[in-house]
Each structure stands twice: as structure tokens, then as C-alpha cells.
Design a protein around this ligand. Structure first.
Ligand code: SAJ
Length: 410
């Protein structure tokens, strides 16, 4: 059996490597020739623990190869990006491009799985689009040889992908029950978690709902932090106390929500049901407005200084990672530098070597210079709860204006 995996990114390449490691012949397909060349050399174009050894092993055993053109296969897994349009709808261009690559190769009987996070209805659209390109095929065996289309969302956490691909439970949703069964059999090759079978639209929604659940709960915590600040209450103590209730589990406030999933996926639900998804939309807006609230707090904290020195701790979108993309911390620092004309801003982000382009004018401070920078600063703005920052002696921040968005010094 041969499987083609379309899109060799953070999800496609690990999935291709793990299938190949379990004895399946896999061809990875990517539009980027550099990615294809590096996989064919047994190398991985990005950092993910254990992935490199899986890829090197599978390539040397000739179970995994890569190509820019889609080959004939018995199963296709589509793992391409679904970016976010400026109007907050999903951009399915890459999914359609993958379909155009697959369609000419089909003979009937193949399984086509969409893994990309997608708005409800996308799997159906993908199936219909392929049948439009190949009118001799059909989705149900009526009026053409059947192809079997299913959605299997991924839920792995970057940094733990090779473990979670194997251990997480998996949802598979078919356009038909037979398509779902075929998908269940394919994931059964490597997935040791439970494989839960449903229809395609429910599977699409399940992925979006998981991330919206988290977003709504973070929004609740963020709203509590703004309310508590107004009332002179310590929100960290408040949440800790309330969480002693056996049925209460409030998440942590922060400077906003970052990353590529939680801040995006809820909008796909809003786009699908704009009049009904009121709470989900409000949560997104609440979380998106948190950075501006933090900026206002910093401005108030240094209002009495003409040229304040501000030490900013952390840029990543969450603790102990080096990923700055879609990070609220980066946008907070960028806006601060524009608003506070005379300020000197020292940025400490020990997980990266250089500051991102939009912050290039600011001082990049190494971890060794953390303590002297704190000592010299008028104000300290903590944006990420990296473990290294938890080791800072709270006494060294005494008599300084503090904006601690993660509550590590409370
Ligand atoms: N955050 C808070 N307070 C909290 C928890 C998180 O402010 O109490 C912030 C973080 O600082 C960060 C953002 O939320 O800016 C998102 O972080 P996260 O750890 O909640 O999630 P991600 O984006 O790293 O990964 C999520 C996961 N989804 C869920 O936990 C429901 C992961 O399992 C998914 O695979 C991933 O999205 C995805 O790809 O969809």
C-alpha cells in the first residue's frame, strides 16, 4: 500500500515519517523543492524532538521519499495550511491546490483524508471539488466509481509531536461511514489512542471547539484580571481561592492569546454561524483587546518619568518555547516603543538570539545581563512566565513599577 502525504510541514512530515516507520510506503509531497530535497537527504527542515531520527531512518530504509508532484497512491493525506483571511474567514486555496494535484491520479477506490484545520463543510467541499474535476468519480458510488473522503484533525502539541501522534485519541469523520472506516484502519497503523468515528462535519467542528473552549476560558480569566485591577483585588489570589471549589477550574490571565491555533480557529466558527456564535466571538475580542490594556498599564506605570527605562521580560507566545509568531508580547513591545517616545526599552528573551525585525531598534539583553537590567530599570514588564524569570529574586524588583501579566511575582 502506498500513502501520499501532501504538505511536509509540522504535521505532514511527522505523519509521513511515522507511517513509513510502521512499514507503509510513503511519498511526501511539497511545493517547496528545498523541503523535498532535504527530506530526500534524510534531513528535517525544522526543529521537532525525535523527528530527525524518524525521517533519517525511514528514508534510508526506502520507505519514505519526497516529491514536488503528487504520485498515484491508495491513500492521500492532505496536511496543508489553512491561513486566515483579513476578513477572518479561512483561506482554502492550499486545500484546493492539493485536490488539483490528487484528482488526475485517481482511479476510484482511493481514500482521501483532510487533516488541515478547516471550517465546517470543507471536507464536503473538497470531495465535491475533486468530483467536479473528475466527473467519472463520485462520493457515494452513484454515477461514478467511488472515492472515500474523510476528515481527521490533528491535536498534537509542538515539541511533543512524535509522542502525541502515537498516544493521543484521534477523531475520524467520514463523508460516508465506509470512508470513516477506511480512515480508522489507516490511523490504526500507528495510533495507540482511541480512534473515534463520526461524520466529517462533526470532526471538523470538534477540532475548532476544542480550541474555542480554551479561548473562551482564557477570556474569562483575562476579563477577571481587568475587573480585579479596577476593584483593587489580586486576581492571582482570587483565582487560586475560587479554584479550591471542587467544580471550578479557572485558567490563568495573561497579556493576550498567541499561537497559530487558539487565536484563529474560533473565528472559523464565527464565520460559519455569525449570528449565533456570540460568546465565542466575544471571547476572541476580549483576548485580542488584552494587549492594549497591558500597554495602558505600562503607560500609567511610567507616566511620571520623562525618559523611563523599561525592562521587558519575554517575547514568546507562551512559556519555555522560542516561538514568537502571533505572540501578543511582540505586538505589546512594538506598540510600546512607538507610544513611549523617550523611553529606553530593554528586551530579555533568552530563547532567541536576535530580536524579530519589527523590534530591531530595541536593546536585546542576554540572560547574563538580566539582573543588572532589572536593577537599572524604572519599570519591569513581565510578558512570559519562562522558568528562568521565576528565579529572579522578587526583592530586586522592589521600588520599581511592576506590570506582571503572568502573576509570577505575586
Ligand atoms: N494561555 C493563557 N492562559 C492559560 C493558558 C494559555 O493566557 O491559562 C495562552 C498562552 O500563553 C498562549 C495561548 O494561550 O499565548 C495558547 O497556548 P496553549 O498552550 O493553550 O495552546 P497552543 O496554541 O500551544 O496549542 C493548542 C492546543 N489545544 C488545546 O489545548 C485545546 C493543542 O492541543 C492543539 O494541537 C493546538 O492548539 C493546535 O494545533 O490546534
Amino acid at each position: 500500500e502506498k500513502v501520499a502525504v501532501i504538505g511536509l510541514g509540522y504535521i505532514g512530515l511527522p505523519t509521513a515519517a511515522i507511517l513509513a516507520g510502521n512499514g507503509i510506503d510513503v511519498v511526501g509531497v511539497d511545493v517547496n523543492p528545498k523541503t523535498v530535497e532535504s527530506v530526500n537527504r534524510g534531513e528535517v527542515p525544522f526543529v521537532e524532538p525525535d523527528l530527525a531520527s524518524y525521517v533519517a531512518g525511514a528514508v534510508s530504509q526506502q520507505k519514505l521519499s519526497a516529491a514536488t508532484e503528487t504520485p498515484k497512491a491508495q491513500a492521500y493525506i492532505v496536511a496543508v495550511p489553512t491561513p486566515f483571511n483579513p476578513d477572518r474567514t479561512a483561506d482554502v486555496t492550499y486545500i484546493k491546490a492539493a485536490a488539483r494535484g490528487i484528482a488526475p491520479q485517481l482511479e476510484g477506490g482511493e481514500l482521501i483524508i483532510l487533516e488541515s484545520t478547516s471550517p465546517p463543510g470543507t471536507t464536503q467541499l473538497l470531495g465535491e471539488y475533486i468530483v467536479e474535476l473528475r466527473p467519472d468519480l463520485s462520493l457515494d458510488g452513484q454515477g461514478g466509481k467511488a472515492i472515500h473522503v474523510a476528515h481527521c484533525p490533528e491535536r498534537v502539541l509542538p515539541g511533543r509531536i512524535m509522542i502525541e501522534l502515537v498516544t493521543n485519541d484521534r477523531i475520524v469523520g467520514g463523508l460516508t461511514p465506509h470512508a470513516a472506516e477506511l480512515a480508522r484502519a489507516l490511523y490504526g497503523v500507528f495510533c495507540q489512542g482511541e480512534i473515534l468515528v463520526t461524520d466529517a462535519a462533526t470532526a471538523e467542528m470538534a477540532k475548532l471547539v476544542e480550541n474555542s473552549y480554551r479561548d473562551v476560558n482564557i477570556a474569562f480569566a483575562n476579563e477577571l484580571s481587568v475587573i480585579s485591577d479596577k476593584l483593587g483585588i489580586n486576581v492571582w489570589e482570587l483565582i487560586k481561592l475560587a479554584n479550591h471549589h471542587p467544580r471550578v477550574n479557572i485558567l490563568q490571565p495573561g497579556p493576550g492569546v498567541g499561537g497559530h491555533c487558539i487565536a484563529v480557529d474560533p473565528w472559523f466558527i464565527v464565520a460559519a454561524a455569525p449570528d449565533e456564535a456570540r460568546l465565542i466571538r466575544q471571547a476572541r475580542e476580549t483576548n485580542d483587546s488584552k494587549p492594549d490594556w497591558v500597554i495602558q498599564k505600562v503607560q500609567e506605570a511610567v507616566a511620571d518619568k520623562i525618559s523611563p527605562k523599561i525592562a521587558v521580560l519575554g517575547l514568546a507566545f507562551k512559556a519555555n518555547i522560542d516561538d514568537l509568531r502571533e505572540s501578543p508580547a511582540v505586538s505589546i513591545v512594538q506598540k510600546l516603543s512607538l507610544k513611549l517616545d523617550g523611553a529606553e526599552i530593554l528586551v530579555v528573551e533568552p530563547h532567541v538570539d536576535s530580536l524579530p525585525r519589527q523590534l530591531s531598534g530595541l536593546h536585546n539583553v542576554s540572560l547574563e545581563e538580566l539582573e543588572p537590567s532589572i536593577a537599572a530599570a524604572d519599570a519591569i514588564v513581565l510578558l512570559v512566565d519562562h522558568d528562568v524569570f521565576k528565579e529572579v529574586d522578587p526583592a530586586s524588583t522592589a521600588n520599581k513599577a511592576l506590570v506582571d501579566t503572568r502573576g509570577i511575582w505575586q
